[in-house]
Design a protein around this ligand. Structure first.
Ligand code: NIG
Ligand code: FE
Length: 390
């Protein structure tokens, strides 16, 4: 069955090449067999089996969230409250979530995960990545990934999140486990391998070893880089040919140059800086250097517990000085680039029909009306999966 969505005030299509924001006004779009079959002026639209009137509202590609940690149990509301009262964020808080995750049954973990995935979908995220990293034993990492694989194809093995307490005196032994038996158990469930390359987590040599082992097992690299301070993460990511270097909060000139000369996307996670009171990444410096920039939520119980891409877009515009167009592109096509996906993040003929109808006339309202639920309806693969077009 085909569906015509017409009377679209602003249709954000995004241009694949050269990459950039693109939009049509007074537009229409036809969905057929789960794909975009036609886009253009509403007056020229072909007929379809079903007709949806957008009543002058905006339609965007579904958001692509290329960085999220959704498999966990427990919560850290008290840690957040203490942080807002002056206690700095550190990687150590991850261990509390690890203890709760290990103690949880599969039903609890899967239930939490599905609830967060549903929250994302209702807010327009139609593709998301999901990491392990709160199990940190062979069994708990493998089950985290198996659960993640039930809700998304973009599954990331993050056994190298932190060194768990039982390996505190033997970090090298933990790296061997991550590169050996844990990887063997996890690789069948995952597409990506990630490492938290940071003081207090894994250093450059350990990160390289983990990415190399992951690649040998068929996984593609991505890296948590330069989140808490300057460090080698971005260089490690670029050397490894990673799809993405994530966070990029503290960058040197050579980090920016390396990203600009590479195919590695800089994925910025402004919800983290909001929730940890750190300085925001310098998005303008990256954009002006020609780096490809994505925005993602980093939804996790510690550094940023949001599933709202509109909130992240608003932060990117207000606090990282991205234009509304740059921010929306980064949250759609940018995220697709960070996941090396060419079927999502844009609305051209042949794209997967993942789209969001806003209760607003233009994409700018996502930042102009922060905190307001503007997502009226969400289609994924051509099917209406949240809200209503009425
Ligand atoms: O992306 N940086 C490492 N991992 C997460 C935080 C995880 C946590 O605090 O539980 C992040 O910010
Ligand atoms: Fe993260």
């Amino acid at each position: 069955m085909s569906t015509l969505i017409t009377n679209i005030g602003e249709l954000v299509t995004n241009a694949p090449r050269p990459a950039g924001f693109a939009a049509l006004s007074d537009a229409a779009l036809v969905i057929d067999d789960g794909r975009v079959a036609w886009t253009g002026r509403a007056a020229e639209a072909p007929a379809a089996d079903e007709r949806v009137d957008a009543a002058g509202r905006a339609v965007l590609p579904g958001f692509v969230d290329s960085h999220a940690h959704l498999v966990f149990a427990g919560e850290r509301g008290a840690e957040f409250a203490a942080r807002m009262a002056g206690v700095p964020y550190s990687a150590g808080g991850i261990r509390g979530t690890v203890a709760a995750t290990r103690a949880a049954g599969d039903a609890e973990l899967g239930g939490n995960l599905r609830a967060l995935a549903a929250e994302m979908l209702a807010q327009g995220i139609t593709t998301f990545e999901c990491k392990s990293g709160y199990g940190l034993t062979v069994t708990d990492e493998a089950r985290s990934l198996a659960l993640a694989a039930q809700v998304t194809p973009e599954v990331t093995y993050l056994g190298a999140h932190v060194v768990p307490p039982e390996f505190e005196s033997d970090p090298a032994g933990y790296v061997d486990l991550v590169c050996g038996p844990m990887l063997d158990a996890c690789a069948p469930h995952a597409r990506w391998v990630d490492v938290f390359c940071e003081r207090g987590a894994f250093d450059a040599d350990q990160a390289r070893a983990i990415l190399t082992a992951g690649r040998a097992a068929g996984l593609q690299p991505r890296v948590h880089a330069n989140q808490l301070g300057p460090g080698p993460g971005v260089q490690v990511a670029v050397e490894a040919g990673a799809a993405s270097a994530d966070h990029c909060t503290y960058l040197s000139d050579s980090d920016v140059d390396a990203l600009a000369a590479s195919g590695t996307v800089a994925t910025l996670l402004p919800g983290v800086e909001f929730s940890t009171r750190q300085p925001y990444p310098e998005a303008r410096r990256l954009l002006e250097a020609g780096v490809s920039v994505a925005i993602a939520t980093d939804c996790n119980p510690g550094s940023c517990f949001t599933t709202s891409m509109p909130f992240c877009i608003a932060l990117a515009v207000r606090d990282m000085r991205m234009t509304t167009r740059e921010a929306v592109w980064a949250a759609t096509a940018g995220g697709a680039g960070a996941l090396r996906r060419d079927d999502v993040g844009y609305l051209g003929t042949g794209a997967r029909a993942d789209l969001v109808l806003l209760n607003a006339p233009s994409h700018a309202y996502l930042a102009y009306r922060p905190g307001v639920p503007l997502i009226a309806a969400v289609w994924r693969g051509g099917r209406l999966v949240a809200g209503s077009a009425a």
